[in-house]
Design a protein around this ligand. Structure first.
Ligand code: ARG
Length: 272
């Protein structure tokens, strides 16, 4: 069965505020026509491998294209995100409406009194499922509060949290990519020493593809993975052949207009 993804057309996409280092020098600098073409090309590429559902874009919500941050889906249940920054909080209601209108059960993150910080959770941007182990990997440090983990244990009993330390890689999906053969492709300096150790403890050396800064800065880890295909913004020739030797095919789909806002191909997609 084909995977199903949620995407949101980039009608109102732009860099209009500054909530991550990628946006800082790109305020007002998006080429809208180019962004639309790149998004369309990604849509067409993904459509060959997946069924895509579309969410209606909303004016003045320029980051809504990044549907990976809408929340996290498990079967018929949707855990809606609680955005860290006020700029993105108005997106929440639109994501919620879409999922309720499609018949999903909404599992809200409650605000338990014992949390020392407010709840924040940015969906699949910081929560990636390792299917073969039914294990959720969560990122924290910039957007998602690590205590959120305790709020979703009913749905995801097995969860490991990783601390992000490089502000350029502020969501887990910008620097960590699980592959269906049991490997992980990741950028080690984006993680704290302790989290680095956790990754090493969970993946044998031959299953760890450590990528260099050049690839990382092109959002290579931010790949949409469908079976053995990796749909990504960029990968160096050396990485492409390394992936090929493991049986993976890199399908380069440039989305550099979206990199200006701090997102690659995978940020533009949510798994349903
Ligand atoms: N400008 C958006 C933000 O900073 C980009 C989100 C990228 N999404 C992702 N899943 N990494 O929130």
């Amino acid at each position: 069965m084909k995977p199903r993804f949620l995407m949101c057309p980039p009608d109102y996409f732009g860099v209009e505020y500054n909530i991550n280092p990628w946006m800082t020098d790109n305020l007002g600098r998006v080429d809208h026509a180019h962004a639309k073409n790149q998004w369309r090309n990604l849509f067409d590429t993904l459509s060959k491998h997946a069924k895509i559902e579309l969410l209606e874009p909303q004016p003045r919500l320029p980051d809504m294209v990044f549907t990976a941050n809408a929340g996290l889906v498990k079967e018929n249940t949707f855990i809606p995100s609680r955005f860290q920054y006020p700029e993105r909080q108005p997106e929440e209601i639109h994501f919620r409406h879409w999922f309720s209108s499609k018949g999903y059960d909404l599992a809200d993150l409650a605000d338990p009194e014992n949390l020392s910080e407010p709840v924040s959770f940015e969906g699949e941007g910081d929560a990636l499922l390792q299917h073969n182990k039914n294990l959720l990997w969560m990122g924290y440090g910039f957007r998602t509060n690590p205590q959120t983990r305790d709020l979703i244990t009913d749905l995801f009993p097995q969860c490991i949290t990783l601390q992000l330390v490089d502000p350029r890689f502020y969501h887990l999906d910008t620097c960590f990519c699980l592959l269906p053969g049991g490997q992980v492709m990741y950028y080690p300096p984006a993680f704290s020493q302790e989290s680095h150790q956790i990754i090493e403890d969970n993946f044998a050396i031959e299953d760890r593809l450590e990528i260099d800064e050049e690839n990382a800065l092109y959002f290579t880890c931010n790949a949409v993975v469908i079976e053995n295909n990796l749909i990504l913004n960029h990968a160096s020739p050396a990485l492409i052949s390394q992936l090929a030797s493991l049986g993976y095919k890199a399908i380069l789909t440039p989305v550099d207009e979206f990199l200006k806002a701090g997102g690659g191909t995978k940020c533009l997609v949510l798994c349903l």
